[in-house]
Ligand binder design. Structure first.
Ligand SMILES: [Zn+2]
Length: 246
């Protein structure tokens, strides 16, 4: 038994010291700002599918909401395609989806109809493919203008009553929603189910954390420019603050 003792000693040694900044393996964010515990317990089996056309720059942003949506929805219910032009050869299956008759595009063109006027979904068979462009306004416009296939899709718009919950990320105009909020709102209207209380939880948790740690609620850029209250230094400071968590 004596010979075993060195090994026993070794076993007593502490494991590697914890890393200074632990990162969640699921969402890739530092543990303190991980939103995984706010995801729905079981990914939601919606009747429709959400198709996200994502500008490459969006993936690099500090605050992204598409992953929250993707993980909140059941397998195959949220498809993300990345690029500046759509569809490309690498976007497997996308061209077919964009040609389906049950595909709608959430984009506020002049021909877009109010989402409320679109027939509701009552079974998986008549679910929609809801296409959303993920990026800033100029990026979204660029993607739309460069993709003729999108012009032929039925276009719908959300008439937003509530201000975005995503208060940290400055919105170009009031009523502009994050991708997660846009999808949640559209699904809730089309499927007559209130998905807000479940799908928006990760976003609420993240905003709550950041507000409690010094971030400032942004009025929309538009508002600030009009009222001449645009805080020039805030952008830099907030950016620095947010980068620390990315
Ligand atoms: Zn996480």
């Amino acid at each position: 038994m004596e010979e075993l003792s060195p090994w026993m000693d070794l076993a007593e040694l502490p494991a590697d010291p914890p890393e200074m900044r632990q990162v969640c393996a699921e969402c890739g964010r530092p543990s303190v700002v991980c939103w995984c515990s706010s995801l729905p317990e079981v990914p939601l089996k919606i009747k429709s599918r959400v198709i996200i056309l994502q500008h490459p720059a969006e993936e690099k942003r500090c605050l992204r909401t598409a992953p929250m949506l993707q993980r909140g929805l059941a397998e195959g219910k949220c498809l993300v395609f990345r690029g500046k032009k759509f569809p490309q050869n690498k976007h497997e299956g996308l061209a077919d989806i964009l040609r389906m008759s049950n595909t709608i595009l959430l984009y506020p063109s002049k021909d877009a109809v109010d989402l409320e006027t679109v027939p509701k979904v009552d079974s998986e068979e008549n679910g929609y493919n809801i296409v959303i462009i993920d990026g800033t306004w100029p990026q979204a416009k660029g993607i739309y203008n460069n993709a003729p296939i999108l012009h032929g899709i039925k276009q719908v718009k959300l008439l937003v009553k509530n201000k975005s919950e995503y208060v940290i990320r400055s919105q170009p105009t009031d009523g502009c929603l994050s991708t997660l909020e846009t999808a949640t709102e559209a699904l809730s209207v089309l499927e007559s189910v209130d998905y807000r209380s479940t799908l928006l939880q990760p976003l609420r948790a993240l905003c709550c954390y950041q507000l409690n740690h010094g971030a400032v609620i942004h009025d929309s850029t538009d508002f600030r420019i009009k009222t001449n209250t645009y805080p020039r230094r805030l952008g830099k400071r907030l950016n620095k603050f947010l980068k620390e968590f990315n």
